[in-house]
Ligand binder design. Structure first.
Ligand SMILES: *Cc1c(COP(=O)(O)O)cnc(C)c1O
Length: 399
């Protein structure tokens, strides 16, 4: 057995004094090297080298280099992961390509716990295609039996953003393939949170974002995986010049690049990619099995501590750590105000409508003392009804 570096690695991150950050599943914390890297990219590369930096500073290769590093974290071979754009765009691209692979079928199967943007992108694509496709969204537990020979594409997020409930990637992919459907996994709450072996799953596509557990910062680029044996036959719906086989040949007709690079669209976000590349260094030497074990220990401890201290809260996540991702949610009628009261006391989680208080566990920078410290503050807010202060009920744009 290989032993990874020991966790947590708090020394690699800047977490503000007095904050217990249980929101790394929404926006990861700032890696210590990020600011210097951004500064270097801006002054030494953009500033000094100007357009020459595309070659001299390796900008042109950066989307692929970063894609390969993400690939290592999700079990994808080199060259099979492209980066850029946002996750919503990558969902659209994967879904459009998948539907083209099954032109005779009209059903997209997802679930009603999926993140709204994934469902909205499917609805938009259906309307653009105008070919009588439909989107089916059964309850998550009914997905497996809903996969029939009518289904063109099964498109699911592995870890439910609200409850943390986890789909069985192997079993669902197997069933999808038995029924002749194409499989797309959204790894938004999986990449950097769990062991993922996307190649072993056999899924045709996977997508995800990098500003959650991968700490790439707000607006960091998304990623898309295409199974290498099918990539040659994939028709990109968003056929931009940087997905062309030879962008600088300036041909008038689109010719897709030979590999997953064809899923790129336009000019890559170099500043964000540079910061992301720096952020990904925190994963060097991390054993994903050890990370997962640490995540399960932290979230189990949190469930035990909060349930013992706060009878007002109802666990909304699977009790069995094996069945959930790296987050724990509790339902509470006044969840919005309670999250505001907690934030004011340095415990940052988030609220998801209608009544979910959600807490993410990131073993790279959290330990058991953080979990117990957070539980103590949650107990104070609940037992003393501190959430009743009217200032905590004023809604902000971002919850
Ligand atoms: C976070 C998240 C998104 C967000 O998409 P963006 O385009 O990056 O804003 C989409 N889907 C899922 C499942 C998510 O968890």
């Amino acid at each position: 057995m290989t032993m990874g570096v020991s966790l947590p690695r708090k020394e690699l991150f800047d977490v503000p004094e007095g904050v217990i950050y249980l929101d790394g599943n929404s926006l990861g914390v700032l890696p210590k090297g990020a600011a210097a890297r951004a500064q270097k990219t801006i002054t030494e590369e953009w500033g000094a080298q100007l357009i020459r930096a595309w070659n001299s500073a390796g900008w042109m290769a950066l989307p692929q280099v970063v894609g390969d590093r993400i690939g290592e974290l999700i079990g994808a071979p080199a060259g099979s992961v492209a980066t850029g754009d946002t996750l919503s765009i990558k969902v659209y691209q994967a879904l459009a390509a998948a539907l083209k692979m099954r032109p005779e079928r009209k059903v997209i199967l997802s679930d009603n716990g999926n993140f709204p943007s994934d469902l909205y992108m499917a609805q938009g694509l259906i309307s653009t295609l105008d070919q009588a496709h439909s989107l089916m969204i059964p309850a998550p537990e009914d997905v497996l039996e809903s996969i029939t020979e009518e289904v063109a594409v099964v498109m699911l997020t592995q870890v439910d953003y609200r409850t943390g409930r986890m789909h069985d990637m192997a079993a669902i992919t197997k069933r999808a393939h038995e029924m002749g459907a194409v499989m797309i996994w959204d790894l938004a709450h999986s990449a950097g949170a769990l062991e993922v072996d996307i190649a072993a799953s056999g899924a045709e596509f996977a997508v995800g974002c990098t500003y959650k557990y991968l700490n790439g910062g707000p607006g960091a680029p998304a990623f898309i995986y295409v199974r290498p044996d099918i990539v040659d036959s994939i028709a990109p719906a968003l056929s931009g010049w940087l997905g062309h086989d030879e962008p600088f040949a300036m041909e008038v007709n689109y010719r897709p690049a030979l590999a997953t690079e064809r899923m790129r669209v336009g000019t890559p976000p170099i500043l964000q990619l540079a910061v992301l590349q720096e952020a990904l260094k925190a994963w060097d030497g991390v054993d994903m099995a050890e990370l997962r074990a640490a995540s399960e220990r932290l979230s189990d401890l949190f469930v035990a501590e909060v349930e013992a201290r706060c009878p007002q809260l109802t666990l909304a996540s699977p009790r069995d750590a094996d069945a959930r991702g790296s987050q724990v949610s509790f339902a509470f009628e006044h969840g919005y105000a309670a999250i505001q009261a907690l934030t004011a006391r340095g415990v940052i989680g988030d609220f998801r409508a209608p009544n979910i208080m959600r807490f993410g566990f990131t073993p790279l920078y959290l330990d058991a003392a953080d979990v117990v410290g957070a539980a103590e503050i949650i107990e104070d807010v609940m037992a003393n009804e501190l959430w009743r202060d009217p200032k905590y009920s004023v809604r902000s744009r971002v919850t």
